[in-house]
Design a protein around this ligand. Structure first.
Ligand code: FRU
Length: 468
């Protein structure tokens, strides 16, 4: 099923493939001023298919240069998701000219097994002749290796999604791996298999170190979509131990931030996600390309009124903010206390941001002349609610059209003053509130560009125009 439209929905600043399909970000690596992004890729059609890795680089995480296919399906199968490291000290012995870049991925054939490939120049990759490095004939779901330097055991550690849990493996050379532990949880936000796990430490505001385990939860197909959850805890060098009682938490209340993982080699902890949902992405009405990556987001831990939470701060273009003045209240109001003010401003195109500050509930609406409306609100129940029921094209997918995907919400983590940022890029809205601990990433397909932003409620609104 697909909806025909002449509208060009290609985002201006978010990474999209020139042609074809992408899903998960893979092999995120930073080295000497260059950010490497790889992605699950079907070069032949804008739908999921024989998975390759596409390669792109950037020096600012905003402007990307596409370099074509890095890895193509081979006799072990398709190239499913994974990670990359710079092998400092050439522990693998695979570098012929200094420290190689090593890609660690899942070979998806009859079975899911872990394989590696290496590169001296960072642009041409050779699969290792001894693949797979972690063979498997038993487990059905056994994929998405994320490798990092283990500071406790001074070795490489891999976190791998294995059915209803994450497994941990250690290695001295990226070639020989031994299982060291696993982590599963009775409490998951969704029933489904773990996918694209990631594990990393972050400083907590109290000065301690807290480890964060990210897990994308693939839902059973009948539910159509997936969501990301995260756990807070510690890593003893072999396995992850969850802090009691609280986590897991939902990472993003929108459906369009999945399989997000973080960069190897960067000083800050930077994450990128697939800006879509497995449930409806293949049907998105975007023509020659399908899917995008989210803005990169810097992660930190913050203390909220509800406890310790993971916070995301997006890396975006610079915007020049203009405050939109509220309309004045009509005179002689019969019930002045019931008067709800409005502020309305014109949008500067299809790439913009909106900032709102308020003390109480409000409704922020983006709209166009055809009556399409995207609503972002803080409800009286202290929830961030995103309602795309009338935001644009919907009938390309029954799941996208369904109530569960049309209106998404998340409880706030802070009570009191609200500060909300919305970043919009043609067909993608990314919303951050409560210091970046409450998020919503949502694809929308307005048939005409939104022209107006309207804030209903006692708050202040600024519209941001991209700086040249
Ligand atoms: C997540 C995922 C991964 C897998 C890849 C295949 O979206 O299902 O688990 O490696 O996509 O494209």
């Amino acid at each position: 099923m697909s909806t025909k439209t002449d509208r060009d929905f290609r985002p201006f600043m978010h990474f999209t493939p020139k042609y074809g399909w992408i899903n998960d970000p893979n092999g995120l690596t930073y080295e000497n001023g260059t950010w490497h992004l790889f992605a699950q890729y079907n070069p032949d059609e804008p739908v999921w298919g024989p998975m390759h890795w596409l390669h792109a680089t950037s020096t600012d995480l905003l402007h990307w240069t596409e370099h074509g296919v890095a890895l193509a399906p081979d006799s072990l199968g398709m190239i499913f998701s994974g990670s990359a490291v710079i092998d400092h000290g050439n522990t693998s012995g695979l570098g012929r000219d200094g420290d190689p870049m090593v890609l660690i991925y899942t070979s998806h054939g009859e079975h899911e097994q872990q394989s590696i490939a290496f590169s001296d120049d960072r642009f041409h990759f050779t699969p290792y002749a001894g693949n797979p490095v972690i063979p498997n004939t038993e487990k059905r779901n056994f994929r998405d290796p994320k490798v990092f330097r283990n500071p406790i055991r001074n070795c490489w550690t891999m976190v791998l999604a294995a059915g209803d849990r994450a497994e941990f493996y250690a290695s001295q050379d990226l070639i020989h791996w031994t299982k060291t532990g696993d982590f599963g949880s009775k409490e998951n936000h969704l029933n489904g298999v773990f996918e694209c796990t990631d594990l990393f430490p972050l400083p907590s505001p109290d000065g301690s170190e807290v480890w964060v385990l990210l897990a994308s939860m693939a839902l059973h197909p009948e539910f159509g979509g997936g969501r990301m959850q995260y756990f807070l805890g510690r890593f003893d060098g072999d396995t992850f131990i969850q802090d009691e009682p609280h986590s897991p938490y939902i990472l993003d209340s929108g459906y369009d931030n999945y399989a997000a993982v973080t960069f190897f080699g960067a000083e800050k902890r930077i994450m990128i996600g697939w800006g879509s949902s497995p449930g409806y992405a293949p049907f998105a009405p975007t023509g020659d390309f399908c899917c995008l990556m989210t803005y990169a987001r810097e992660l930190s831990l913050v203390q909220t009124d509800s406890g310790l939470r993971l916070a995301s701060k997006p890396i975006t273009p610079s915007f020049e903010l203009t405050e939109i003045v509220r309309e004045t209240a009509p005179e002689n109001l019969r019930f002045p206390h019931k008067y709800v003010p409005k502020a309305s401003g014109s949008l500067p195109g299809e790439l913009f941001c909106i900032h709102v500050e308020a003390d109480e509930a409000f409704d922020l609406m983006l709209s166009n002349e055809t009556g399409e409306e995207l609503h972002v609100l803080i409800s009286d129940e202290q929830k961030l609610v995103v309602d795309r029921t009338r935001a644009g094209l919907r009938n390309f997918s029954p799941f996208y059209e369904s109530g569960v995907c049309s209106v998404t919400s998340a409880p706030r983590t802070n009570y009191g003053k609200i500060s909300l940022d919305l970043y919009f890029d043609r067909m993608f809205a990314e919303i951050f509130t409560d210091n970046g601990t409450v998020l919503n990433s949502s694809m929308v397909f307005p048939e005409k560009p939104y022209q107006t932003a309207t804030l209903t409620g006692h708050g202040k609104m600024w519209i941001g125009c991209p700086q040249r």
